[in-house]
Design a protein around this ligand. Structure first.
Ligand code: HPA
Ligand code: ZN
Length: 349
């Protein structure tokens, strides 16, 4: 699907993109050599090919067929990131790409816990991303506030420890201002959102926002959405939900999202890898027609066939039969759902 000039020119905001999911094969190749990290691919072509696989394999459900799962592939990529400069370059490459797509503000996720077990200090990761945040704003005019994800299939205490290590870089009184929210990512199998309640409470006491992944068609997906709407954060619910498409199957979830004003950050191409066009896009259209607030995002563009936020918006434009004013409304939704400060929001609207 070619990106129309209308979508290309539309000023955009992205709220659901994992910075590690923007690692290009070329940067990965370069960093592997610079840092002497062995790659399981002998040639650049083989590395490129590894990004092209349709990753929908779930070991918990289907057993181990020897093929890497999506998340294994994604975390394998993080192995080449070692030095502050590496994190900085990853951040800058993405922010440059954002500028090129007319994306003016972003809230990227990062996975600090991917690095700590390798002995990489939190400061290395966070200073690198923070330098990109500042230089990206100055050089490309793309503002960003970042989101620290808890890795939900690791022990809760490790997430809390990572959060404590990251705290000096949070956007709070006396903090350095890199990240302004916590999220919840990685494998959700038997790892419901409420497990991380202590982490959300800690972050909220620090004045940060809380969001969490409830990925599509996972085991217990709708129950996880239910928890995220009604149970977490002391019963107040999350402030956004990442994905959450399974709400479409349950009227009480649709009502809960609307009553509580919780928006979904949808990533249509991520679902399109597993669902047929005629199954998927009517669900997104139904949420739209029901008045559930959502915005459109890319998730892990380099690991998802290089479909970035513009491509994701084009899919919705085309397959949900949106008109131009709908698309403008979608772009406004992402501004309204963002946690940019009020002044910046006004500029973006
Ligand atoms: N799903 C869950 N967690 C993730 C993903 C994803 O696609 N990408 C990065 N963390
Ligand atoms: Zn995601």
């Amino acid at each position: 699907l070619e990106i129309s000039s209308f979508v290309a020119a539309l000023p955009k905001v992205e709220l659901h993109v994992h910075i590690e999911g923007t690692l290009t094969p070329s940067l990965r190749w370069k960093l592997a050599h610079r840092n002497n990290v062995p790659l399981p691919y002998l040639t650049y072509e083989a590395l490129l090919e590894s990004y092209n696989v349709l990753y929908n394999h779930r070991k918990e459900v289907n057993g181990d067929n020897g093929a890497p799962t999506f998340l294994e592939t994604y975390f394998a990529g993080t192995q080449v990131l070692c030095k502050e400069e590496d994190f900085y370059e990853l951040g800058m490459e993405y922010l440059q790409k954002a500028k090129d797509m007319n994306v003016r503000y972003v809230e990227p996720f990062f996975d600090l816990q991917a690095y700590l077990p390798r002995g990489i200090p939190a400061a290395t990761v966070l200073n690198g991303y923070m330098r990109a945040q500042r230089e990206g704003a100055a050089k490309f005019g793309v503002q960003s506030n970042w989101i620290m994800c808890f890795i939900r299939d690791e022990p809760v205490e490790e997430g809390i420890a990572a959060y404590k290590a990251a705290r000096p870089w949070a956007k709070m009184e006396g903090g350095k201002g890199l990240f302004h929210a916590v999220g919840l990512a990685s494998n959700e199998y038997d790892r419901p959102p409420l497990l991380f309640e202590t982490g959300y409470e800690m972050a909220q006491r620090d004045g940060l926002y809380v969001t969490m992944h409830c990925d599509v068609d996972q085991k217990d997906a709708a129950d996880h959405v239910h928890e995220a709407i009604f149970s977490v954060c002391g019963g107040k619910g999350a402030q956004r939900i990442d994905h959450g498409l399974n709400a479409v199957d349950r009227p009480e979830l649709i009502a809960g999202l609307k009553d509580r004003g919780i928006g979904l950050t949808l990533c249509p191409h991520a679902y399109h890898r597993r669902q047929k066009t005629e199954v998927l896009f009517p669900k997104i259209r139904k949420l739209w027609d029901e008045g559930v607030k959502f915005c459109i995002n890319s998730d892990d563009p380099t690991y998802m066939h290089n479909i970035w936020v513009d491509g994701a918006m084009e899919k919705v434009y085309h397959y949900c039969e949106m008109d131009k004013s709908d698309m403008v409304k979608l772009a406004r939704n992402s501004v309204e759902m963002s946690w940019a400060d009020e002044k910046l929001k006004e500029e973006l609207l």
